[in-house]
Design a protein around this ligand. Structure first.
Ligand code: DHE
Length: 527
């Protein structure tokens, strides 16, 4: 249980840490750690802190915690903050049992020492890791006689596993190995293949047409990754896969049917606003354009959305277009027309809107503190028409943005809903009258889902409270059930009847279930 809830809570931790730093005076001397202590601290830092602050600690979702900042603070107060937490909302890592007193002391020192640069990862290492378990010639040539488009891939995060569950029968069909701390799943444009990405950069490819679905290929693309997607433009369906890496900062293009590596391209560069060089320029969310043979990549530290044209990959060419947006770009998703990409720049409390037809920034929209939409949620508001919404890491708020360019209030926040808790994800479906928000990172409300009514937006939201922390929602293909995860070492997925809001089924025996991805909805970007 202590392994859970680590990535996101780090954001809160070091935000507070830096608030204290600003008031301190001269630099403290550089402490020393043995080789073994450095290695252990690096591992703790990688697990708990680097997702938000970067391995080089330059800051992104969380602030800059380079030694120039942390050495303005005495070791004792760094230790106190790391161990106890603060009134400002920081969890007490030591107090809550995540790290020992000795580890706290070590980590405080580590934060005052120049960060070691992690190893590189190149094509040679990638090729050595590439395995095709089922060659294309040995795979089924037609879809099974089942409702396979209503299968769900359920991530068992800490176990590094993906369980395929039949959405009709709610039976677990098969459990397949994936990368360390598997992060997300995405579908190929036909839905036949599901691709998983682990935090260790391992991409795994699963065939939904096999009976039961099986692992057909895998490859390690780097050391630290969070995103994966496929080519979806007409003529390129299922042809390529792209993986975005945090470290080394690069993207890798692979063959869509075997994951055979084709090309690695670095993303280090200059921030869009101050033109400072960032070696660590992480690739966060990736989406596949429906209007051109392009992927859109959120370059976190640079605040740039990069369009990667994959139409000439077979000739060894990729063409990149850089669109200045805002920092630090994290997750995001499509509006309902799938023309506009809405990306969260959570360091600047902004949603950046990219037009994939005109290939330009439409607007940077100010929202609440640290927007975190996942892919967001689209619906028709009774007063404002087409809208897309995000929740926030930094406050209990839903910001609802008009996405209809014909309206005078297009690309502005037209409505706000208050939430009791800071949230991770929001979800709805065209066939549903509800919008679901989790409250996962708020201690008091982490077991509760908040459910707003689209048709009656001023009505008091409904709530469902579970016995464990609840995270991430996903609809079934018909849009009449919502699946949620009880995030625990002895976790389960709970299926809610979307009409009655009653619990319909509990799928038990899952280790730390987080994201769930319905084949049909993931393929068609329905959210
Ligand atoms: Fe995620 C999406 C990065 C913590 C569960 N997460 C994403 C995406 C990114 C990202 C860039 C968008 C991928 C895309 O669309 O291509 N996540 C990060 C982090 O850097 C961070 C803050 C810290 C870390 O070190 O990983 C982080 N994420 C978490 C968690 O703590 C969660 C809850 C559990 C876990 O796996 O660690 C978590 N992230 C998810 C899920 C999605 C996601 C379930 C997909 C949402 C969707 O519906 O598409």
């Amino acid at each position: 249980m202590k392994k859970l809830l680590t990535g996101i809570s780090t954001i809160i931790t070091t935000s507070v840490l830096i608030t204290g730093v600003a008031t301190a005076a001269k630099l403290q001397p550089v402490p020393t750690l043995s080789k073994a202590e450095m290695e252990k601290s690096s591992a703790i830092y990688f697990d708990r802190c680097s997702g938000c602050h970067g391995v080089l600690r330059g800051g992104a979702t969380g602030p800059d915690i380079t030694p120039e900042k942390t050495r303005k603070k005495k070791l004792k107060s760094l230790e106190r903050i790391l161990y106890e937490g603060t009134d400002g909302g920081m969890p007490g890592w030591g107090k809550d049992g995540y790290i020992t007193k000795a580890e706290t002391k070590m980590l405080a020192k580590y934060l005052q020492i120049k960060p070691p640069i992690p190893p590189e990862w190149d094509m040679k290492k990638t090729m050595a890791s590439w395995k095709v378990h089922v060659p294309v010639s040995k795979r089924p040539t037609k879809a099974p006689n089942t409702n396979w488009q209503n299968y769900f891939g359920v991530v068992q995060r800490d176990a590094g596993l993906v369980t395929i569950v039949d959405g009709d029968t709610k039976e677990k069909i098969v459990t397949l190995k994936s990368g360390f701390a598997t992060h997300i799943l995405r579908s190929s444009s036909t839905g036949r293949y599901m691709y998983a990405i682990g935090r260790d950069g391992k991409a795994s490819m699963m065939d939904m047409w096999a009976t039961p679905p099986n692992l057909v290929a895998e490859v390690r693309t780097g050391i630290d990754a969070r995103s994966i997607d496929t080519s979806k433009y007409k003529g390129f369906e299922d042809k390529y896969v792209i993986v975005g890496n945090y470290w080394p900062s690069h993207y890798m293009i692979l063959k869509g049917d075997t994951l055979e590596p084709i090309k690695i391209v670095g993303t280090s560069g200059y921030t869009h606003d101050t033109n400072e060089y960032r070696l660590e320029s992480r690739v966060a969310a990736i989406v596949a354009s429906h209007h051109a043979p392009e992927w859109l990549l959120n370059l976190k530290e640079l605040g740039i959305v990069m369009l990667v044209d994959y139409s000439k990959v077979d000739h060894g060419t990729v063409t990149e277009t850089m669109i200045d947006a805002e920092r630090a770009l994290h997750d995001g998703g499509w509006d309902s027309t799938k023309r506009y990409f809405l990306a969260a720049a959570n360091m600047r409390d902004t949603i950046s809107v990219i037009d994939t037809v005109e290939r330009k920034l439409v607007k940077n929209i100010k929202v609440g503190t640290k927007p975190h939409p996942g892919r967001g949620a689209n619906w028709i508001d009774p007063e404002f028409g087409r809208v897309w919404a995000t929740v926030h890491l930094g406050e209990g708020l839903v910001s609802i943005i008009s996405t209809d360019p014909s309206k005078k209030y297009a690309w502005t926040v037209v409505r706000e809903w208050e939430l009791d808790g800071n949230s991770l994800f929001i979800k709805t479906h065209d066939n549903s009258e509800w919008v679901y928000c989790d409250n996962t990172i708020n201690k008091e409300k982490s077991k509760t889902l908040t459910i707003f009514n689209k048709n009656n937006p001023d009505a008091k939201p409904k709530e469902i409270t579970f016995e464990k922390n609840v995270v991430h929602m996903e609809y079934n293909k018909a849009g009449d059930e919502v699946w949620v995860s009880l995030w625990d070492a002895e976790g389960e997925v709970v299926v809610i009847d979307d009409k009655t809001l009653n619990i319909k089924k509990r799928i038990k025996g899952l280790d730390s279930p987080t994201g769930k991805f319905n084949v049909y909805n993931t393929t068609h970007d329905i959210y």
